[in-house]
Design a protein around this ligand. Structure first.
Ligand code: ZN
Length: 301
């Protein structure tokens, strides 16, 4: 400190004093999150915290595991397509919205992959019942169940989208069918935030652009004291988090430095935070294990 102050005593070098020797932009990490801050944000809205989080699998995709975790053998692997229901004593909040059969077929690229209409119908009913809806990101397998819902006009006013999510849907949707009309877009609750944002008791959204411009993670602190982190598509399998190794999926355009920073944060949490369960949207092995361990409830209420 004194090194910088001493030549500036006479006010001759204010600019120098406030310019670090190297550019701050070069030394700042491309992305970072702070679990202590996230916990504090999740406590900002008073009220009883959620009781549990449920998961449902409404479809599968069959891609070999090397796409999800670079360098792993290209053996057969099942990717679950999922949505989550956060349950309070007096209502529910949905994270992600399922998708219709047409969107499912878009992802299959001509290959018939498993789709579970009964589970999708339960997602649709859960959206109807929910008090609020958020999405981890603006891809079809997470948001088509809302955009293409026959009940869109009822669901949109209780859906909280980030500005980045809505802008991407309008300007660069994953598929043209996801683009809302201006009239549809005007019905959403749109928010913008830096780092982390409270949405309900025990819940914080965590800004995590990379997989898509509007990607975010959802932190949930339950009444029991247990914590969950719905990580969306930052990784496609928990092995990617454990090995701190990204995807190898050339068709997904992700800024590498953002993804590496987010994956590294999750990797650190997975090693140090024994009370926190990281939930990977598409990891079917983890989904089954978490249901068995009671971390996630099986199906919606
Ligand atoms: Zn996805």
């Amino acid at each position: 400190m004194s090194k910088w102050l001493s030549p500036c005593l006479f006010g001759l070098c204010a600019a120098l004093a406030f310019s670090p020797p190297t550019s701050a932009a070069q030394t700042e990490p491309p992305w970072h999150a702070d679990l202590a801050e996230i916990r504090q944000v999740a406590g900002m809205i008073p009220g009883p915290r959620p009781l549990r989080v449920n998961v449902i699998k409404f479809a599968e995709s069959r891609r070999t595991k090397n796409f999800a975790v670079k360098g792993l053998p290209a053996g057969p692997s099942v990717q679950a397509r999922t949505a989550y229901q956060i349950v309070y004593a007096d209502g529910t909040i949905m994270v992600d919205t399922g998708m219709d059969l047409a969107t499912h077929r878009f992802f299959g690229r001509g290959v018939e992959e498993p789709y579970f209409p009964e589970a999708e119908a339960r997602v649709a009913r859960a959206l109807q019942k929910a008090k609020a809806i958020v999405v981890t990101h603006e891809h079809g397998d997470h948001i088509a169940g809302l955009i293409k819902s026959p009940s869109f006009n009822e669901l949109a006013p209780k859906t909280v989208l980030t500005r980045a999510q809505l802008q991407t849907l309008i300007n660069e949707p994953q598929m043209p069918e996801l683009r809302p009309t201006p009239e549809m877009a005007s019905r959403f609750r749109v928010i913008d935030y830096a780092n982390a944002m409270a949405v309900a008791p025990g819940i914080a959204l965590i800004k995590a652009p990379g997989h898509t411009p509007g990607s975010q993670m959802v932190y949930v602190a339950l009444q029991s004291g247990k914590e969950l982190l719905l990580a969306g598509d930052v990784a496609w399998h928990m092995d990617g988090v454990r090995l701190n190794t990204g995807k190898d999926a050339p068709w997904i355009k992700e800024p590498a430095e953002l993804m590496a920073a987010e994956l590294d944060w999750l990797n650190g949490l997975s090693r140090t935070e024994t009370n926190l369960s990281i939930v990977i949207s598409h990891d079917d092995d983890q989904r089954r294990a978490y249901i068995e361990q009671g971390v996630l409830g099986d199906g919606f209420e």
